[in-house]
Design a protein around this ligand. Structure first.
Ligand code: FPP
Length: 231
């Protein structure tokens, strides 16, 4: 396991959890089983990150584009999400992780919205953060932020204003974005926040991801020379 040596561990790691469907297909199982395995892996990886000293983790659980999937699959992911909300407060207590949801909540029923708010409130005093991106789109996030600022009467905005207004305004931008499943793109994830993130892509399917591979990517991250556009 990585050492919690100061400076070694990034503060914020974001994950695009891709490859659940292929994982299930390889096992001749329905795609929903892949998402179930993905949800289990998600809990493991979030806890591992907390244990090695990562302060914030963001996961891409459902994008604004994912509604185009067959209803059966969408229902299965939403079911996993609702199951998860119910256990989140207790599940992450030991790891001192608070939970925030980023994305457009207007699509959820009142009961789900209430549960989401309850989880956020009950975990608010914890010291590490998990952001779950659900019904999330990076472009929509920026457009929503701009519209909110217009509604607030602004006629001129700065980068700081946008940073404050986006859904994840409360957390620092990700140092690393890790995408599993072999695709090499961001798929509308954290567009504003990813400006200086180090990007990592692995062929490993999300349910197969091991803590050791995360550690190895973090070691590579540490070796990369982060210049933020300077020399
Ligand atoms: C991408 O794999 C994965 C998703 C669209 C859903 C991710 C959801 C979970 C891991 C479970 C629910 C989350 C929580 C927080 C409980 P894919 O289906 O696109 O895989 P493929 O590219 O192999 O088809």
């Amino acid at each position: 396991m990585l050492k919690k040596e100061e400076g070694l561990v990034p503060k914020h790691v974001a994950f695009i959890m891709d490859g659940n469907g292929r994982w299930a297909k390889k096992r001749l199982q329905p795609r929903e089983q892949g998402h179930r395995a993905g949800a289990k892996k998600f809990k493991e990886i979030v806890k591992h990150c907390a244990e090695i000293g990562v302060e914030c983790v963001t996961v891409y659980a459902f994008s604004t584009e994912n509604w185009k999937r067959p209803k059966r699959e969408v229902d299965a992911i939403m079911q996993l999400f609702r199951e998860y909300i119910r256990e989140a407060v207790q599940d992450f207590e030991k790891n001192d992780i608070r939970v925030l949801f980023i994305g457009n909540r207007s699509v959820f029923d009142d009961e789900t919205k209430k549960e989401m708010k309850k989880v956020e409130d009950l975990t608010a005093d914890r010291h590490k953060t998990l952001c779950i991106a659900i019904n999330y789109g990076g472009r929509a996030e920026i457009v929503d932020a701009v519209n909110q600022m217009i509604a607030n009467g602004k006629t001129f905005v700065t980068e700081e204003d946008v940073t404050r207004e986006i859904y994840s305004g409360a957390v620092p931008p990700p140092d690393m974005i890790i995408r599993t499943g072999g695709e090499i793109r961001l798929s509308n994830f954290l567009l504003w926040q990813s400006a200086y993130a180090e990007l990592f892509f692995t062929e490993t399917l999300w349910p197969d991801l091991q803590n050791e591979e995360v550690d190895s990517m973090i070691e590579t991250y540490y070796q990369r020379n982060r210049r933020y556009g300077g020399v």
